[in-house]
Design a protein around this ligand. Sequence first.
Ligand SMILES: C[S@@+](CC[C@H](N)C(=O)[O-])C[C@H]1O[C@@H](n2cnc3c(N)ncnc32)[C@H](O)[C@@H]1O
Length: 505
Amino acid sequence: MNDEQQRGGYRDERGRQRPESRRAGGKNRTAVRPADRRRGGDPTRKAAWQVSRAVAGGAYANLELPKVLRAAGLHGRDAAFATELTYGAIRMRGLYDAIIEFASGRPVSQIDPPVLDTLRLGAHQILGMRVPPHAAASETVALAREVNGTGASGFVNAVLRRITERTREEWIREVTAGRPRDEALAVEHSHPAWVVRALRGSLRSGGVTDEAHLEDALVALLEADNAAPAVSLVARPGLATVAELVEAGAEASQLSPVGAVLPGGDPADIPAVRQTRAAVQDEGSQLVALALAAAPRDGDGPQEWLDLCAGPGGKAALLAALSTSQQNVTVFVNEVNEHRTELVRRTMRAAIDAGAEVMIGTGDGRELGAEEPDTYDRILVDAPCTGLGALRRRPEARWRRTPADVGELTAIQAELLASALDAAKPGGVVAYVTCSPHVAETTAVVDSVTEGRGDATVEDARGLFRDASGSQISDLGDGPTVQLWPHVHGTDAMFFALLRKTVTS
Ligand SMILES: C[S@@+](CC[C@H](N)C(=O)[O-])C[C@H]1O[C@@H](n2cnc3c(N)ncnc32)[C@H](O)[C@@H]1O
Protein backbone atom coordinates (compact mmCIF):
# COMPACT_ATOMS: atom_id res chain seq x y z
CA MET A 1 0.00 0.00 0.00
CA ASN A 2 1.44 3.37 -0.86
CA ASP A 3 1.45 6.47 1.28
CA GLU A 4 -1.48 7.93 -0.62
CA GLN A 5 -3.71 4.91 -0.10
CA GLN A 6 -2.76 4.61 3.56
CA ARG A 7 -3.77 8.17 4.29
CA GLY A 8 -6.95 7.89 2.25
CA GLY A 9 -6.35 10.82 -0.05
CA TYR A 10 -4.17 11.86 -2.93
CA ARG A 11 -1.34 14.26 -3.72
CA ASP A 12 -2.10 17.32 -5.80
CA GLU A 13 0.22 18.80 -8.42
CA ARG A 14 2.32 20.43 -5.65
CA GLY A 15 2.66 17.13 -3.79
CA ARG A 16 0.36 18.24 -0.98
CA GLN A 17 -1.80 15.60 0.70
CA ARG A 18 -5.48 16.19 -0.14
CA PRO A 19 -8.64 14.36 1.00
CA GLU A 20 -10.35 12.17 -1.60
CA SER A 21 -13.38 14.48 -1.57
CA ARG A 22 -11.25 17.27 -3.07
CA ARG A 23 -10.18 15.21 -6.08
CA ALA A 24 -11.57 16.73 -9.27
CA GLY A 25 -13.09 13.99 -11.40
CA GLY A 26 -12.32 10.27 -11.50
CA LYS A 27 -8.95 8.61 -11.77
CA ASN A 28 -8.62 8.82 -15.53
CA ARG A 29 -10.76 11.84 -16.11
CA THR A 30 -9.80 15.44 -16.09
CA ALA A 31 -12.00 18.18 -14.64
CA VAL A 32 -10.86 20.62 -17.33
CA ARG A 33 -11.85 20.17 -20.96
CA PRO A 34 -8.79 19.94 -23.22
CA ALA A 35 -9.71 23.15 -25.01
CA ASP A 36 -9.80 25.03 -21.70
CA ARG A 37 -6.52 23.74 -20.31
CA ARG A 38 -4.08 26.40 -19.18
CA ARG A 39 -1.43 26.73 -21.83
CA GLY A 40 1.08 28.61 -19.71
CA GLY A 41 3.08 27.45 -16.69
CA ASP A 42 1.83 28.13 -13.21
CA PRO A 43 3.33 31.21 -11.50
CA THR A 44 5.39 29.27 -8.93
CA ARG A 45 7.22 27.24 -11.58
CA LYS A 46 7.66 30.32 -13.72
CA ALA A 47 9.18 32.18 -10.77
CA ALA A 48 11.62 29.30 -10.22
CA TRP A 49 12.57 29.38 -13.90
CA GLN A 50 13.10 33.16 -13.85
CA VAL A 51 15.42 32.87 -10.86
CA SER A 52 17.33 30.01 -12.51
CA ARG A 53 17.84 32.19 -15.60
CA ALA A 54 19.04 35.11 -13.48
CA VAL A 55 21.46 32.81 -11.65
CA ALA A 56 22.77 31.59 -15.02
CA GLY A 57 23.50 35.27 -15.72
CA GLY A 58 25.49 35.69 -12.49
CA ALA A 59 22.80 36.57 -9.92
CA TYR A 60 22.62 35.03 -6.43
CA ALA A 61 19.52 32.90 -5.87
CA ASN A 62 19.02 34.15 -2.29
CA LEU A 63 18.91 37.77 -3.49
CA GLU A 64 16.98 37.18 -6.73
CA LEU A 65 14.25 34.91 -5.38
CA PRO A 66 12.60 37.40 -2.98
CA LYS A 67 12.43 39.97 -5.80
CA VAL A 68 10.81 37.51 -8.22
CA LEU A 69 8.37 36.23 -5.57
CA ARG A 70 7.36 39.78 -4.74
CA ALA A 71 6.86 40.71 -8.40
CA ALA A 72 4.73 37.57 -8.95
CA GLY A 73 2.71 38.19 -5.76
CA LEU A 74 3.60 34.76 -4.37
CA HIS A 75 3.29 34.19 -0.62
CA GLY A 76 2.94 31.41 1.92
CA ARG A 77 2.82 27.90 0.47
CA ASP A 78 3.28 29.12 -3.10
CA ALA A 79 6.44 30.98 -2.11
CA ALA A 80 7.67 27.93 -0.17
CA PHE A 81 7.06 25.68 -3.19
CA ALA A 82 8.88 28.08 -5.53
CA THR A 83 11.77 28.34 -3.07
CA GLU A 84 12.20 24.58 -2.68
CA LEU A 85 11.96 24.12 -6.43
CA THR A 86 14.46 26.87 -7.26
CA TYR A 87 17.05 25.94 -4.65
CA GLY A 88 16.74 22.20 -5.22
CA ALA A 89 17.05 22.41 -9.00
CA ILE A 90 20.15 24.62 -8.76
CA ARG A 91 21.78 22.63 -5.96
CA MET A 92 21.14 19.22 -7.54
CA ARG A 93 22.09 20.31 -11.05
CA GLY A 94 25.06 17.93 -11.20
CA LEU A 95 22.85 14.87 -10.74
CA TYR A 96 20.00 16.16 -12.89
CA ASP A 97 22.28 17.07 -15.79
CA ALA A 98 23.69 13.53 -15.84
CA ILE A 99 20.13 12.16 -15.91
CA ILE A 100 18.98 14.65 -18.55
CA GLU A 101 21.94 13.67 -20.75
CA PHE A 102 21.00 10.03 -20.45
CA ALA A 103 17.28 10.59 -20.98
CA SER A 104 17.73 12.97 -23.93
CA GLY A 105 20.66 11.16 -25.53
CA ARG A 106 22.64 14.38 -25.88
CA PRO A 107 25.20 16.29 -23.80
CA VAL A 108 23.70 19.15 -21.79
CA SER A 109 26.11 21.50 -23.59
CA GLN A 110 23.99 20.89 -26.69
CA ILE A 111 20.74 21.84 -25.00
CA ASP A 112 19.64 25.47 -25.20
CA PRO A 113 20.36 26.86 -21.66
CA PRO A 114 16.80 28.24 -21.06
CA VAL A 115 15.38 24.83 -22.04
CA LEU A 116 17.93 23.07 -19.86
CA ASP A 117 16.78 25.15 -16.88
CA THR A 118 13.19 24.04 -17.53
CA LEU A 119 14.33 20.42 -17.67
CA ARG A 120 16.24 20.77 -14.38
CA LEU A 121 13.10 22.15 -12.71
CA GLY A 122 11.09 19.24 -14.10
CA ALA A 123 13.72 16.73 -12.94
CA HIS A 124 13.69 18.18 -9.43
CA GLN A 125 9.92 17.94 -9.15
CA ILE A 126 9.97 14.33 -10.38
CA LEU A 127 13.00 13.08 -8.45
CA GLY A 128 13.49 15.45 -5.53
CA MET A 129 10.04 16.66 -4.45
CA ARG A 130 6.80 15.01 -3.50
CA VAL A 131 5.06 16.10 -6.69
CA PRO A 132 3.31 13.23 -8.51
CA PRO A 133 5.44 12.54 -11.61
CA HIS A 134 2.66 13.00 -14.17
CA ALA A 135 1.71 16.38 -12.68
CA ALA A 136 5.36 17.42 -12.50
CA ALA A 137 5.88 16.56 -16.17
CA SER A 138 2.69 18.12 -17.50
CA GLU A 139 3.05 21.32 -15.47
CA THR A 140 6.66 21.68 -16.61
CA VAL A 141 5.67 21.11 -20.23
CA ALA A 142 3.10 23.90 -19.81
CA LEU A 143 5.91 26.09 -18.45
CA ALA A 144 8.13 25.14 -21.42
CA ARG A 145 5.35 26.10 -23.84
CA GLU A 146 5.20 29.54 -22.23
CA VAL A 147 8.90 30.29 -21.73
CA ASN A 148 10.71 28.10 -24.31
CA GLY A 149 8.16 27.88 -27.14
CA THR A 150 5.99 25.10 -28.55
CA GLY A 151 8.81 23.33 -30.40
CA ALA A 152 10.99 23.07 -27.29
CA SER A 153 8.03 21.93 -25.19
CA GLY A 154 7.81 18.73 -27.26
CA PHE A 155 11.45 17.99 -26.43
CA VAL A 156 10.87 18.80 -22.74
CA ASN A 157 7.84 16.50 -22.75
CA ALA A 158 9.80 13.60 -24.27
CA VAL A 159 12.75 13.96 -21.85
CA LEU A 160 10.61 14.35 -18.73
CA ARG A 161 8.42 11.35 -19.66
CA ARG A 162 11.61 9.26 -19.90
CA ILE A 163 12.77 10.57 -16.51
CA THR A 164 9.45 9.52 -14.94
CA GLU A 165 10.09 5.93 -16.05
CA ARG A 166 12.66 5.30 -13.28
CA THR A 167 13.02 6.09 -9.61
CA ARG A 168 15.72 8.39 -8.28
CA GLU A 169 17.70 5.38 -7.00
CA GLU A 170 17.49 3.65 -10.39
CA TRP A 171 18.71 6.79 -12.12
CA ILE A 172 21.59 7.19 -9.68
CA ARG A 173 22.68 3.61 -10.34
CA GLU A 174 22.48 4.22 -14.08
CA VAL A 175 24.42 7.50 -14.22
CA THR A 176 27.13 6.57 -11.71
CA ALA A 177 27.87 3.09 -13.09
CA GLY A 178 31.53 2.62 -14.02
CA ARG A 179 32.71 5.98 -12.65
CA PRO A 180 35.65 6.22 -10.22
CA ARG A 181 34.47 6.55 -6.57
CA ASP A 182 34.83 10.33 -6.11
CA GLU A 183 33.26 11.04 -9.49
CA ALA A 184 30.35 8.75 -8.68
CA LEU A 185 29.89 10.58 -5.34
CA ALA A 186 30.14 13.90 -7.18
CA VAL A 187 27.30 12.94 -9.52
CA GLU A 188 25.09 11.28 -6.90
CA HIS A 189 25.43 14.15 -4.42
CA SER A 190 25.71 16.88 -7.01
CA HIS A 191 29.07 18.46 -6.15
CA PRO A 192 31.93 19.22 -8.55
CA ALA A 193 34.43 16.31 -8.38
CA TRP A 194 37.27 18.62 -7.26
CA VAL A 195 35.16 19.70 -4.28
CA VAL A 196 34.50 16.07 -3.32
CA ARG A 197 38.25 15.38 -3.44
CA ALA A 198 38.98 18.50 -1.37
CA LEU A 199 36.37 17.56 1.26
CA ARG A 200 37.77 14.04 1.46
CA GLY A 201 41.21 15.58 2.06
CA SER A 202 39.84 17.88 4.77
CA LEU A 203 38.13 15.03 6.62
CA ARG A 204 41.26 12.91 6.41
CA SER A 205 43.51 15.67 7.68
CA GLY A 206 40.97 16.38 10.45
CA GLY A 207 41.58 12.94 11.88
CA VAL A 208 39.14 10.64 10.04
CA THR A 209 41.75 8.20 8.78
CA ASP A 210 39.91 4.86 8.91
CA GLU A 211 38.71 4.33 5.32
CA ALA A 212 35.20 3.06 6.22
CA HIS A 213 34.60 5.98 8.58
CA LEU A 214 35.99 8.40 6.05
CA GLU A 215 33.56 7.14 3.42
CA ASP A 216 30.59 7.45 5.80
CA ALA A 217 31.68 10.92 6.93
CA LEU A 218 32.12 12.12 3.35
CA VAL A 219 28.67 10.92 2.31
CA ALA A 220 27.13 12.48 5.44
CA LEU A 221 28.89 15.77 4.66
CA LEU A 222 27.77 15.80 1.01
CA GLU A 223 24.20 15.06 2.11
CA ALA A 224 24.35 17.86 4.69
CA ASP A 225 25.43 20.27 1.94
CA ASN A 226 22.22 19.40 0.08
CA ALA A 227 19.86 19.97 3.00
CA ALA A 228 18.37 23.41 3.53
CA PRO A 229 19.91 24.78 6.74
CA ALA A 230 17.80 25.95 9.66
CA VAL A 231 17.69 29.70 10.21
CA SER A 232 20.04 30.42 13.13
CA LEU A 233 19.79 33.62 15.11
CA VAL A 234 22.25 35.30 17.44
CA ALA A 235 21.15 37.33 20.46
CA ARG A 236 23.95 39.86 20.70
CA PRO A 237 24.91 39.84 24.39
CA GLY A 238 23.86 42.91 26.32
CA LEU A 239 21.57 43.95 23.47
CA ALA A 240 19.15 41.01 23.28
CA THR A 241 18.62 37.71 25.06
CA VAL A 242 17.99 34.18 23.85
CA ALA A 243 14.80 34.29 25.95
CA GLU A 244 13.61 37.25 23.89
CA LEU A 245 14.13 35.26 20.68
CA VAL A 246 12.37 32.25 22.20
CA GLU A 247 9.48 34.54 23.08
CA ALA A 248 9.38 35.52 19.39
CA GLY A 249 9.03 31.87 18.30
CA ALA A 250 12.62 30.60 18.08
CA GLU A 251 14.07 27.65 20.00
CA ALA A 252 17.15 28.10 22.19
CA SER A 253 20.28 26.69 20.57
CA GLN A 254 21.85 23.66 22.23
CA LEU A 255 25.17 24.57 20.67
CA SER A 256 25.69 28.30 20.97
CA PRO A 257 25.18 30.07 24.31
CA VAL A 258 23.95 33.15 22.39
CA GLY A 259 22.04 31.30 19.67
CA ALA A 260 18.49 30.35 18.76
CA VAL A 261 16.99 28.47 15.84
CA LEU A 262 13.93 29.77 14.02
CA PRO A 263 11.70 26.89 12.87
CA GLY A 264 9.78 29.01 10.36
CA GLY A 265 8.72 32.50 9.47
CA ASP A 266 10.62 35.59 8.47
CA PRO A 267 13.43 36.65 10.86
CA ALA A 268 12.80 40.26 9.85
CA ASP A 269 9.46 40.04 11.65
CA ILE A 270 11.34 39.85 14.98
CA PRO A 271 11.84 43.37 16.41
CA ALA A 272 15.28 42.52 17.90
CA VAL A 273 16.49 41.45 14.42
CA ARG A 274 15.15 44.61 12.78
CA GLN A 275 16.94 46.67 15.43
CA THR A 276 20.27 44.74 14.94
CA ARG A 277 20.21 43.67 18.58
CA ALA A 278 19.89 40.16 17.16
CA ALA A 279 20.64 38.82 13.69
CA VAL A 280 20.64 35.82 11.41
CA GLN A 281 24.03 34.18 11.99
CA ASP A 282 25.26 30.61 11.69
CA GLU A 283 25.99 29.03 15.07
CA GLY A 284 29.53 28.23 13.89
CA SER A 285 30.13 31.92 13.22
CA GLN A 286 28.87 32.69 16.72
CA LEU A 287 31.19 30.11 18.29
CA VAL A 288 34.34 31.41 16.60
CA ALA A 289 33.69 34.99 17.77
CA LEU A 290 32.93 33.74 21.30
CA ALA A 291 36.14 31.68 21.26
CA LEU A 292 38.30 34.65 20.30
CA ALA A 293 36.72 36.82 23.02
CA ALA A 294 37.28 34.03 25.59
CA ALA A 295 40.96 33.37 24.74
CA PRO A 296 43.12 34.05 27.83
CA ARG A 297 45.19 37.21 27.72
CA ASP A 298 48.32 38.30 29.48
CA GLY A 299 47.82 41.20 31.89
CA ASP A 300 44.85 43.52 32.32
CA GLY A 301 44.11 47.15 31.50
CA PRO A 302 42.59 48.68 28.36
CA GLN A 303 42.34 46.43 25.31
CA GLU A 304 42.21 47.05 21.59
CA TRP A 305 40.48 44.46 19.45
CA LEU A 306 40.63 44.39 15.65
CA ASP A 307 38.48 42.72 13.02
CA LEU A 308 40.82 42.90 10.04
CA CYS A 309 38.44 41.96 7.21
CA ALA A 310 35.01 42.45 8.67
CA GLY A 311 32.35 42.92 5.99
CA PRO A 312 29.39 42.59 6.35
CA GLY A 313 30.12 42.70 10.07
CA GLY A 314 28.27 39.77 11.67
CA LYS A 315 31.21 38.64 13.80
CA ALA A 316 32.38 42.22 14.44
CA ALA A 317 28.93 43.04 15.85
CA LEU A 318 29.10 40.03 18.16
CA LEU A 319 32.61 40.99 19.29
CA ALA A 320 31.47 44.57 19.92
CA ALA A 321 28.49 43.34 21.94
CA LEU A 322 30.80 41.06 23.96
CA SER A 323 33.25 43.93 24.51
CA THR A 324 30.63 45.94 26.38
CA SER A 325 30.75 43.47 29.27
CA GLN A 326 34.46 44.22 29.75
CA GLN A 327 36.15 47.40 30.90
CA ASN A 328 38.00 49.62 28.44
CA VAL A 329 37.78 47.69 25.19
CA THR A 330 37.86 49.48 21.86
CA VAL A 331 36.92 47.47 18.78
CA PHE A 332 38.57 48.52 15.51
CA VAL A 333 36.82 47.25 12.42
CA ASN A 334 38.45 47.21 9.00
CA GLU A 335 37.12 46.19 5.58
CA VAL A 336 38.68 46.72 2.14
CA ASN A 337 35.47 47.31 0.23
CA GLU A 338 33.64 50.65 0.75
CA HIS A 339 30.20 49.19 0.16
CA ARG A 340 30.83 46.39 2.63
CA THR A 341 32.14 48.91 5.18
CA GLU A 342 28.74 50.57 4.92
CA LEU A 343 27.09 47.20 5.62
CA VAL A 344 29.34 46.84 8.69
CA ARG A 345 28.12 50.22 9.97
CA ARG A 346 24.50 49.11 9.64
CA THR A 347 25.15 45.71 11.23
CA MET A 348 26.84 47.30 14.22
CA ARG A 349 24.30 50.06 14.81
CA ALA A 350 22.72 48.64 17.98
CA ALA A 351 26.10 47.77 19.54
CA ILE A 352 27.35 51.32 18.94
CA ASP A 353 24.10 52.83 20.25
CA ALA A 354 24.50 50.70 23.38
CA GLY A 355 27.87 52.27 24.07
CA ALA A 356 30.39 49.88 22.50
CA GLU A 357 33.59 51.76 21.60
CA VAL A 358 33.83 51.04 17.89
CA MET A 359 36.00 52.56 15.13
CA ILE A 360 35.14 51.52 11.59
CA GLY A 361 37.40 52.13 8.60
CA THR A 362 38.10 51.08 5.03
CA GLY A 363 41.55 49.82 4.08
CA ASP A 364 43.62 46.93 2.85
CA GLY A 365 44.14 44.62 5.81
CA ARG A 366 47.38 43.37 4.26
CA GLU A 367 48.97 46.77 4.95
CA LEU A 368 47.64 47.30 8.44
CA GLY A 369 50.35 45.24 10.16
CA ALA A 370 53.11 47.46 8.77
CA GLU A 371 51.12 50.63 9.57
CA GLU A 372 50.20 49.66 13.15
CA PRO A 373 52.70 47.09 14.43
CA ASP A 374 52.41 45.54 17.92
CA THR A 375 49.10 47.31 18.62
CA TYR A 376 46.16 44.96 19.16
CA ASP A 377 45.29 42.51 21.94
CA ARG A 378 42.83 40.37 19.97
CA ILE A 379 42.54 40.18 16.21
CA LEU A 380 40.02 38.36 14.06
CA VAL A 381 41.07 37.36 10.55
CA ASP A 382 37.86 35.95 9.08
CA ALA A 383 39.53 35.62 5.72
CA PRO A 384 37.95 35.77 2.26
CA CYS A 385 37.72 32.11 1.22
CA THR A 386 36.08 29.69 -1.20
CA GLY A 387 33.12 29.22 1.14
CA LEU A 388 33.20 25.45 0.63
CA GLY A 389 32.01 25.14 4.22
CA ALA A 390 28.77 26.99 3.53
CA LEU A 391 27.60 25.28 0.35
CA ARG A 392 24.21 24.47 1.91
CA ARG A 393 23.44 28.20 2.13
CA ARG A 394 24.21 29.24 -1.45
CA PRO A 395 22.78 26.77 -3.97
CA GLU A 396 24.83 28.08 -6.89
CA ALA A 397 28.14 28.55 -5.03
CA ARG A 398 29.53 25.08 -5.75
CA TRP A 399 29.12 25.62 -9.51
CA ARG A 400 30.87 28.99 -9.50
CA ARG A 401 34.02 28.16 -7.59
CA THR A 402 37.00 26.68 -9.42
CA PRO A 403 40.27 25.12 -8.22
CA ALA A 404 42.02 28.27 -9.49
CA ASP A 405 40.15 30.31 -6.84
CA VAL A 406 41.88 28.31 -4.11
CA GLY A 407 45.35 29.43 -5.23
CA GLU A 408 44.34 33.10 -5.47
CA LEU A 409 42.61 33.10 -2.10
CA THR A 410 45.34 31.29 -0.18
CA ALA A 411 47.83 33.97 -1.22
CA ILE A 412 45.55 36.71 0.20
CA GLN A 413 44.79 34.64 3.31
CA ALA A 414 48.49 34.21 4.10
CA GLU A 415 49.15 37.94 3.62
CA LEU A 416 46.22 38.88 5.88
CA LEU A 417 47.33 36.46 8.59
CA ALA A 418 50.94 37.70 8.45
CA SER A 419 49.70 41.29 8.64
CA ALA A 420 47.52 40.42 11.64
CA LEU A 421 50.49 38.88 13.45
CA ASP A 422 52.49 42.03 12.78
CA ALA A 423 49.61 44.12 14.17
CA ALA A 424 49.24 41.96 17.30
CA LYS A 425 50.82 43.06 20.57
CA PRO A 426 53.38 40.61 21.95
CA GLY A 427 51.23 38.29 24.12
CA GLY A 428 48.15 39.12 22.01
CA VAL A 429 46.11 36.59 20.05
CA VAL A 430 45.04 36.25 16.44
CA ALA A 431 42.10 34.04 15.42
CA TYR A 432 42.42 32.82 11.84
CA VAL A 433 38.99 31.74 10.60
CA THR A 434 37.60 30.47 7.30
CA CYS A 435 34.20 29.16 6.29
CA SER A 436 36.00 26.58 4.21
CA PRO A 437 37.50 23.32 5.44
CA HIS A 438 39.83 23.08 2.40
CA VAL A 439 43.26 22.13 3.79
CA ALA A 440 44.99 24.61 1.49
CA GLU A 441 42.97 27.45 3.07
CA THR A 442 43.16 26.25 6.67
CA THR A 443 46.10 24.42 8.24
CA ALA A 444 48.35 24.97 5.20
CA VAL A 445 47.98 28.76 5.51
CA VAL A 446 48.59 28.67 9.27
CA ASP A 447 51.65 26.42 8.82
CA SER A 448 53.14 28.45 5.99
CA VAL A 449 52.79 31.75 7.89
CA THR A 450 54.01 30.49 11.27
CA GLU A 451 56.93 28.53 9.77
CA GLY A 452 58.17 31.68 8.07
CA ARG A 453 58.47 33.64 11.33
CA GLY A 454 59.61 32.90 14.85
CA ASP A 455 57.14 35.00 16.83
CA ALA A 456 53.89 33.02 16.77
CA THR A 457 52.67 29.79 18.34
CA VAL A 458 49.46 27.93 17.61
CA GLU A 459 47.53 27.20 20.80
CA ASP A 460 45.03 24.42 21.38
CA ALA A 461 41.71 26.18 20.79
CA ARG A 462 39.35 23.29 21.52
CA GLY A 463 38.74 24.27 25.16
CA LEU A 464 37.37 27.65 23.99
CA PHE A 465 34.44 26.03 22.20
CA ARG A 466 31.65 25.75 24.79
CA ASP A 467 28.04 24.82 24.13
CA ALA A 468 24.92 26.41 25.61
CA SER A 469 25.29 24.34 28.80
CA GLY A 470 28.94 25.37 29.21
CA SER A 471 30.40 21.96 28.26
CA GLN A 472 33.23 21.66 25.76
CA ILE A 473 31.88 20.85 22.31
CA SER A 474 32.96 17.39 21.12
CA ASP A 475 34.36 16.15 17.80
CA LEU A 476 36.40 19.27 17.10
CA GLY A 477 39.33 17.33 15.60
CA ASP A 478 42.74 16.35 16.91
CA GLY A 479 43.73 19.96 17.69
CA PRO A 480 45.31 22.37 18.13
CA THR A 481 43.02 23.93 15.52
CA VAL A 482 39.23 23.46 15.43
CA GLN A 483 37.09 22.31 12.53
CA LEU A 484 33.28 22.46 12.77
CA TRP A 485 31.17 20.41 10.33
CA PRO A 486 27.60 20.60 9.00
CA HIS A 487 27.13 16.82 9.34
CA VAL A 488 28.55 16.70 12.89
CA HIS A 489 27.68 20.01 14.55
CA GLY A 490 24.92 21.31 12.27
CA THR A 491 26.98 24.47 11.59
CA ASP A 492 28.82 25.70 8.53
CA ALA A 493 32.25 24.06 8.23
CA MET A 494 34.11 26.82 10.07
CA PHE A 495 37.84 26.50 10.71
CA PHE A 496 39.48 28.25 13.68
CA ALA A 497 43.15 28.55 14.62
CA LEU A 498 44.35 30.55 17.64
CA LEU A 499 47.82 32.05 17.24
CA ARG A 500 49.62 33.84 20.04
CA LYS A 501 52.35 36.36 19.34
CA THR A 502 55.26 35.45 21.52
CA VAL A 503 56.83 37.97 23.88
CA THR A 504 60.48 38.48 22.99
CA SER A 505 62.75 39.40 25.90
C1 LIG B 1 34.55 36.05 5.08
S1 LIG B 1 34.23 37.71 4.84
C2 LIG B 1 34.12 38.30 6.50
C3 LIG B 1 32.78 38.00 7.13
C4 LIG B 1 32.58 38.74 8.44
N1 LIG B 1 33.60 38.39 9.42
C5 LIG B 1 31.22 38.50 9.04
O1 LIG B 1 31.10 37.68 9.96
O2 LIG B 1 30.25 39.14 8.60
C6 LIG B 1 35.76 38.34 4.29
C7 LIG B 1 35.78 39.83 4.06
O3 LIG B 1 37.14 40.18 3.78
C8 LIG B 1 37.13 41.28 2.92
N2 LIG B 1 38.48 41.42 2.35
C9 LIG B 1 39.01 40.80 1.27
N3 LIG B 1 40.27 41.19 1.07
C10 LIG B 1 40.56 42.08 2.05
C11 LIG B 1 41.71 42.84 2.37
N4 LIG B 1 42.81 42.76 1.63
N5 LIG B 1 41.64 43.65 3.44
C12 LIG B 1 40.53 43.73 4.20
N6 LIG B 1 39.42 43.05 3.93
C13 LIG B 1 39.42 42.22 2.87
C14 LIG B 1 36.04 40.94 1.95
O4 LIG B 1 35.59 42.09 1.26
C15 LIG B 1 34.99 40.33 2.87
O5 LIG B 1 34.09 41.32 3.28
